[in-house]
Design a protein around this ligand. Structure first.
Ligand code: ADP
Ligand code: ZN
Length: 440
């Protein structure tokens, strides 16, 4: 646990980060009104607003947001690429796109001011957990339309850290860069951080001794607390969860402070609601539901009540770090990721939590769903060291994994133990954890 003085010096913008809740709500209300006014200039919203009884001037509090219409990924796809622009195209200086994990990518445009606001939010996240001008920041995220590259890059530069645009993949080069430049901070996808662990072992470099790494930002993919712990233990670092979504800029929407207990949403820039994923109603505080976002400072492409498809819950208690911006839990998964097997709803994250808590299991895993003789089967493939591949030891471990999974999931999957390095990994993109080959 850090000392009080360290906590107090961790604010990039202390006044706004610790704004009293009532003032924060007042600011949100004022910015919501402005956003609705700007959005009225977009034909899509103008038409949508005509069916609701709220005019910008009548918005008296943030709670009025529930009278506004939702925006969906399908809307964004239908209006691709410029249909949601609220400014002339010539005022836009950059376009990004979502990764396309659940279908075709959506485009998000930015004015110069949008880029500046976004960079500042990323700088807030970095500074909040101790990144300073003296740090060397290696950004191991794809540079291109993916927001994890340039998004983090501009934020780290704004903060003043020496920024290495390493981009994704190429393990050998990543490690060389860390050694050559004395990297102290990295941003990386959790699946790649896990993958790199084996690589470090192979080349005989001990990250705890042989490099200067002290802080990691894990983002762009769901990952469990157990995964974070494994990564922290192997690299000897503090690893922080960084959650973002391209439609809301990308990284910088929310970040974990050094309390490591949920991610703070920057509520001066976003309104977040937790909505019933099967309906339209907000859920009671603390219940898990779909995160729905409204931008409060976007110029080029303001979005109203955007249904993210991500599932999480609010953490109602104030955070000990002193920030007043609310926290949400780790993302449980996307609605689309949910596996329905034998009538039970299962998220890959539940499986990952169990697996990463069993020390004999290596870092990679895959869930395979198939239909065998009219019966749907689920096999969890895990990699294990050679000593567990045959004989009694192997069967004992397999049974133990099955029992642990069964007690969490309440159904009994099969488990297949595989030699290390045999489950395919993508060095570049988001990890694929589930293959569903079931016949419909
Ligand atoms: P896509 O939705 O096509 O993957 P993005 O690149 O915009 O496109 O990725 C944003 C999504 O990635 C989020 O909606 C969420 O599902 C996932 N994501 C990003 N960061 C995290 C994180 N820290 N934890 C869990 N999921 C995350
Ligand atoms: Zn906090």
């Amino acid at each position: 646990m850090r000392k009080k003085s360290q906590i107090e010096s961790s604010f990039w913008e202390k006044e706004i980060e610790t704004l009293p809740v009532q003032d924060l709500k007042r600011l949100q209300t004022q910015r919501l009104k402005q956003t609705v006014k700007i959005a009225e200039g977009v034909t899509f919203y103008k038409e949508k607003f005509s069916g609701v009884s709220i005019e910008p001037d009548k918005i008296k509090s943030v709670d009025s947001i529930r009278f506004l219409p939702f925006t969906t990924k399908e809307d964004m796809r239908a209006l691709f690429p410029f249909g949601l622009l609220a400014v002339p195209l010539e005022d836009c200086v950059r376009v990004h796109a979502s990764s396309g994990t659940t279908g075709s990518s959506v485009a998000v445009l930015h004015t110069e001011k949008d880029i500046d606001t976004w960079s500042n939010l990323v700088a807030r996240c970095l500074y909040g957990v101790g990144v300073r001008r003296s740090d060397v920041f290696q950004n191991i995220a794809g540079y291109g339309l993916f927001t994890g590259g340039l998004g983090f890059h501009y934020g780290a530069q704004k903060l003043g850290a020496l920024t290495i645009p390493a981009s994704a993949g190429n393990s050998k080069r990543q490690v060389k860069l860390m050694v050559d430049f004395g990297t102290t901070v990295i941003h990386i996808m959790p699946s790649f951080a896990l993958y790199l662990m084996r690589f470090f072992e192979e080349i005989g470099i001990n990250p705890k001794k042989d490099i200067k790494l002290k802080t990691m930002f894990l983002g762009a993919e769901p990952h469990s607390e157990e995964t974070r712990k494994r990564i922290e233990a192997f690299y000897g670092v503090d690893a922080y969860n960084s959650y973002g979504i391209s439609e809301m800029n990308g990284p910088g929407v929310s970040f974990e402070c050094h309390m490591k207990d949920g991610v703070h949403i920057w509520e001066d820039n976003y309104i977040v609601e937790v909505i019933d994923p099967d309906g339209d109603e907000p859920l009671p505080m603390g219940k898990t539901g779909e995160l729905v976002y409204t931008t409060l400072t976007k110029e080029a492409m303001p979005l109203i009540r955007y249904r993210s498809g991500d599932l999480a819950r609010f953490i109602p208690e104030p955070c000990a770090c002193g920030r007043t911006h609310r926290r949400i839990s780790r993302i449980q998964g996307r609605i689309d990721d949910m596996i329905i097997w034998k009538g039970v709803n299962i998220f890959p994250m539940q499986i990952e939590s169990i697996l990463m808590d069993i020390p004999e299991i290596e870092e990679n895993y895959l869930v395979v769903l198939e239909t065998d003789n009219y019966v749907d089967t689920m096999t969890v493939q895990v990699e294990v060291p050679e000593v567990y591949l045959e004989g009694e030891k192997s069967e004992g471990l397999r049974r133990r994994i099955i029992n642990s999974l069964q007690s969490e999931l309440l159904v009994k999957p099969d488990v297949q133990l595989m030699p290390a390095g045999t489950i395919p990994v993508s060095e570049m993109g988001k990890a694929k954890r589930v293959i569903d080959k079931r016949s419909l």
